[in-house]
Design a protein around this ligand. Structure first.
Ligand code: SF4
Length: 350
């Protein structure tokens, strides 16, 4: 079983902290969607690679895929269903921003078969949202939650960010209580990070903003863990929490080392064993690549040590962790036999 990730590289506004690949200029959107459609139909695999055809999860990420019209999303889904065997029970997630949510859109998304939403809420407070330069306000964030419940979405997630400079523990707790009292099925909670060349990075260097404080972030992570336990959430990955049975199947497949195929600018793919390949993170170059992808696709082949190190690193992010046994190591249900250990012992990580 494999997953598909589609990267929609457009946003209505640039959030100050964000270093994902996106453009706020939408004039190339139709061209990029056409290239994306073509890439799904005729993928740019590394030579000799035979992918799995049965698909268990599809994830529209970005960028802001909720900017697309239902018709545009429908064409992409149709192409995937033509090219792959998408399981009838597949988890199909759409990342959405609260300002794009309306009863009509929710209804259309459900009709397309989208059965999970991941909402970029980040905070329920206007001054936090302004500081982050988000496109929505607190009223829209709250309203979107009630709209999607009313529309019939049972499975959805919201993103929240903690450790903003100047916000108090009290404010973070209020955000958590709002989400958890509402029994939001899944939460992705990220510590604010300062990524190079983002607006936030520049503001901090020019002393127009304060940098996040590591100690405060640690305390807010502790508050998150305590509060989640009180409300019955399973903190199953360092940044992800779910009510019972509502883990993200797509994201869990990354942590389990399962194959995934990425389409669109900057999207990465992995064969579930040793080969990873990725698209250029630039819309103009992506459109050029679409003409001659076989000349440009970049890929890497992981050595056994790299494979195991990655499994350990991702395993340690999850509540399952890793299990050391006398003759083997168990990570995410996979056994790594002792025969591989001598190589590992030369590795400083081990
Ligand atoms: S909406 Fe999401 S992808 Fe777009 S700039 Fe903001 S955080 Fe980044």
């Amino acid at each position: 079983m494999a997953g598909i990730y589609l990267h929609i590289p457009f946003c209505s506004k640039a959030c100050h902290y964000c270093n994902f690949h996106f453009s706020t200029s939408l004039h190339r959107l139709p061209e990029v969607l056409q290239a994306l459609e073509a890439e799904i139909i005729q993928p740019w695999w590394p030579p000799d690679y035979v992918p799995q055809r049965r698909i268990e999860s599809i994830y529209f990420g970005g960028g802001t895929p909720s900017l697309l019209s239902p018709a545009q999303l429908g064409i992409l889904l149709q192409r995937m269903r033509e090219r792959y065997e998408v399981a009838p029970t597949a988890e199909i997630t759409l990342e959405a921003n609260p300002d794009d949510v309306s009863p009509q859109r929710l209804e259309a998304w459900l009709q397309l078969g989208i059965n999970r939403l991941s909402m970029g809420v980040q905070s329920f407070f206007d001054d936090d949202l302004r500081w982050m330069n988000r496109a929505h306000d607190a009223r829209q964030a709250l309203n979107s939650l009630s709209l999607l419940r009313t529309a019939g979405f049972q499975n959805f997630s919201i993103d929240l960010i903690y450790g903003l400079p100047g916000t108090t523990h009290q404010r973070w707790l209020q955000n958590l209580h709002l989400a958890m009292e509402a029994q939001v099925p899944h939460l992705s909670c990220y510590a604010l990070t300062v990524e190079p060349r983002t607006a936030l990075d520049v503001m901090i260097k020019r002393q127009k903003a304060r940098a996040p404080d590591d100690a405060v972030q640690q305390q807010q992570l502790d508050l998150l863990m305590d509060t989640a336990a009180t409300y019955g959430y399973d903190h199953y990955e360092i940044s992800n929490l779910a009510l019972p049975g509502l883990h993200s199947r797509h994201n869990s497949s990354y942590w389990q080392g399962l194959p995934y195929y990425g389409f669109g600018p900057s999207a990465h793919s992995y064969d579930g064993q040793h080969t990873r390949w990725w698209n250029v993170a630039n819309n103009s170059l992506y459109l050029q690549w679409a003409q001659q992808p076989h000349l440009r696709i970049q890929h890497e082949v992981l050595s056994p040590v790299q494979q195991l190190n990655e499994a350990i690193m991702t395993g340690l992010r999850t509540s399952q962790g890793i299990t050391l046994q006398p003759a083997q190591l168990l990570v995410a249900g996979r056994l790594y036999p002792a025969a591989q250990w001598p190589a590992l012992q030369q590795n400083s990580c081990w």
